[in-house]
Write a protein that binds this ligand. Structure first.
Ligand SMILES: Nc1ncnc2c1ncn2[C@@H]1O[C@H](COP(=O)(O)OP(=O)(O)OP(=O)(O)O)[C@@H](O)[C@H]1O
Ligand SMILES: [Mg+2]
Length: 325
């Protein structure tokens, strides 16, 4: 039996429009996705803003009823047996909501332990352990209104682990954490998998997905457009090279011209410090360099280093979701 089994899952939201909210617009957030997650697997879902990741997780954690399709979680039917699923799963949704700001960390966890019907003696032992695990040992008696965003995120993870669930859903678990905190969180996630837990996470960070996940589903506009191991996803860009140019002050117009050059698949710009990095994917490799530089020179743009490199998983992702940013 798989940990998660999803068939043709769909979810439509009815969003109210206008000042009075009289008009209703239908938003197709998840558009008939099918996939499964193996027991003990660390499975990732990756996709741009609004792709449908959180909606998928909310359905699988029984917080949101699917519009159509079927799914089972740990062998239980998502809709008909939602109650049976809940004791076996834990979840976190990024952000600061869902905690009680006027209570300290310890009492917050005690509140949830109560909600999960945990034995109070067991909870009293488990809560400090969980605080320790997420790096909040010694801070349990502080009111969380004084906690930083990252500390609240850690507390959320502690909360999700309280009842020792076998399946964890983590929506952007490293959101808002500093680089060291994010690394520790990734280690925690790996450890949890090492303890035999199944983990389903979403992220915007390609390197994070690559570093953690055995398989990654790439979702865009509510549809799964690729599902493979990180290595497998990279084969989508086997045929490409990436030309990178440091450039100052490039505008949309130049980018449009570059996108129309022979062989160019995608062109995007990323701001790094004071400069911009133009990245152009092309099967023509170094042959693309001269025409790209000509476009920049014609616009009298100052340039820095130019490199041609092998594509990364991030390039595979950019190719899959279009990369027209
Ligand atoms: N409560 C809601 N009412 C109406 N539309 C919604 C609601 N929640 C989400 N949507 C819409 O559903 C789509 C998918 O949203 P979802 O939050 O699942 O995306 P996501 O992949 O988690 O994005 P992000 O990376 O920004 O977190 C979006 O178009 C969003 O606007
Ligand atoms: Mg989301």
């Amino acid at each position: 039996m798989n940990a998660v089994e999803v068939q043709e899952l769909r979810r439509v939201y009815r969003a109210k429009m206008g000042l009075m909210g009289r008009k209703v617009k239908e938003v197709l957030a998840v558009d008939g996705i099918s996939f499964s997650v193996n027991r003990g697997e660390l499975f990732g879902m990756l996709g741009p803003n609004g792709a449908g990741k959180t909606t998928t997780l909310k359905m699988l954690t029984t917080l949101l009823i699917p519009t159509s399709g079927t799914a089972s979680v740990l062998g239980f039917d998502l809709v008909k047996q939602a109650k049976a699923i809940r004791p076996h799963i834990g979840f976190i949704y990024g952000g600061e909501r869902g905690l009680y700001w006027r209570l300290n960390a310890f009492d917050n966890l005690r509140y949830f332990a109560n909600l999960y019907h945990m034995d109070p003696d067991h909870a009293a032992k488990r809560i400090p352990e969980m605080l320790e695990l997420v790096g909040l040992g010694g801070r349990g008696d502080e009111r969380i209104e004084g906690f930083s965003r990252g500390m609240k995120q850690r507390l959320h993870i502690a909360r999700a682990l309280l009842h020792d669930p076998e399946l964890l859903f983590l929506d952007e678990p490293t959101l808002g954490l500093d680089p060291v905190g994010a690394r520790e969180m990734r280690n925690t996630i790996r450890d949890l998998q090492g303890q035999g837990k199944t983990i389903f996470l979403t992220t915007h960070y390609m390197f994070e997905a690559e570093a953690l996940c055995e398989r990654i589903a790439v979702i865009d506009k509510g549809m799964i457009i690729a599902l493979d191991s990180p290595q497998g996803l990279k084969t989508h860009v086997n045929d490409l090279s990436v030309v990178e140019v440091e450039v100052f002050g490039i505008r949309q117009e130049a980018l449009e011209v570059i996108r129309k050059l022979k062989g160019v698949e995608t062109a995007s710009v990323e701001n790094v410090d004071q400069k911009q990095i133009l990245q152009v994917q092309s099967p023509l490799g170094s042959e693309t360099v001269a025409p790209v530089l000509r476009v920049l020179e014609e616009r009298k743009l100052r340039m820095g280093r130019v490199t041609v490199r092998e594509p990364t998983l991030e390039d595979a992702y950019v190719r899959l979701v279009g990369g027209d940013t």
